[in-house]
Ligand binder design. Structure first.
Ligand code: NAD
Length: 254
């Protein structure tokens, strides 16, 4: 099979959480560019208008749905709305995430809950909703956006590290449980990719020091995750489940 056919998503339906900006917006765009109809999910749908217009202007199909991943009822409603508009979901990208910068001795219970509720409990609720629907149909691909900080330690972002470490385990347990239904579950663990989540940090001296410690000595661009996302979402990854692909400019080799 030709490489371009392997990654082709024509006729597929995808949903991306946290699609209003950053990596989520890029993921939605690359899925649409490769043929998928994409449900753009975010807490505020007005923030999705520009992205929706951009995808449609390049001949793609996109539909905006309201979704707060911390709210179980909102997850169910978003899946109903997405499938009502575009048809059964083949691909779900669990991308929504938050981070706070604070030492663990100073983190409040509320701050801990906010990060864990979004990055781990939210990802679980979305994957469960996706898994139930996909299992019934006997096919599907779920991609969890993890982080190198699920596999290495960074002081000052403890709740984030804990949430992403848990998400890696969630990827693997889900993969094991859903394999018999034909549903694949994989992860991407990005290193540092330039988005709003880290822009302020990389403008500081500590950020510059960290940047220089990355073997490639630079922060990645969102587009540098395109190939990995397509691999995991498409038939190119048909024998992959329970894998987390690290895309980090060598960060984890340090
Ligand atoms: P970002 O802050 O630009 O985007 C995060 C998105 O999640 C935003 O659109 C935000 O509105 C959404 N979101 C937050 N809480 C939500 C909720 N309760 N319900 C729905 N949406 C919600 O950051 P990003 O860099 O684009 O991050 C995207 C994902 O990639 C996150 O899971 C992040 O942890 C992960 N990641 C990013 C990097 C990086 O360097 N940028 C590295 C590793 C992992």
């Amino acid at each position: 099979m030709k490489g371009s056919d392997l990654f082709d998503l024509t006729g597929k339906v995808a949903l991306v959480t946290g699609a209003s900006q950053g990596l989520g917006a890029r993921f939605a765009e690359v899925l649409a560019e490769n043929g998928a109809a994409v449900a753009l999910a975010a807490r505020q749908t007005d923030k999705l208008e520009t992205l929706k217009a951009r995808i449609e202007a390049s001949g793609g199909t996109a539909h905006a749905v309201a979704l707060d991943v911390t709210d179980e009822a909102s997850v169910a409603a978003a899946f109903d709305a997405a499938e009502g508009a575009l048809g059964p979901l083949d691909i779900v990208i669990n991308n929504a995430g938050v981070a706070i910068s604070k030492g663990l001795l100073d983190v409040t219970a509320e701050e801990w809950d906010k990060v864990l509720d979004t990055n781990l409990r939210g990802a679980f609720l979305v994957a469960q909703a996706a898994g139930r629907r996909m299992a019934e149909r006997g096919a599907g691909s779920i991609v969890n956006i993890e982080s190198v900080l699920g596999y290495s330690v960074m002081k000052g972002v403890g709740p984030y590290c804990a949430s992403k470490g848990g998400l890696g385990q969630l990827t693997r347990v889900l993969a094991a449980e859903l394999a018999r239904f034909g549903v694949r579950v994989n992860g991407i663990a990005p290193g540092y990719i330039g988005t709003d989540i880290n822009r302020d940090f990389f403008a500081t001296e500590a950020g510059e020091k960290l940047r220089k410690s990355i073997p490639f000595r630079r922060v990645g661009e969102p587009e540098e995750l395109d190939g990995t996302l397509l691999l995991l979402a498409s038939k190119a990854g048909s024998y992959m489940t329970g894998s987390t692909v690290v895309v980090d400019g060598g960060f984890l080799t340090r």
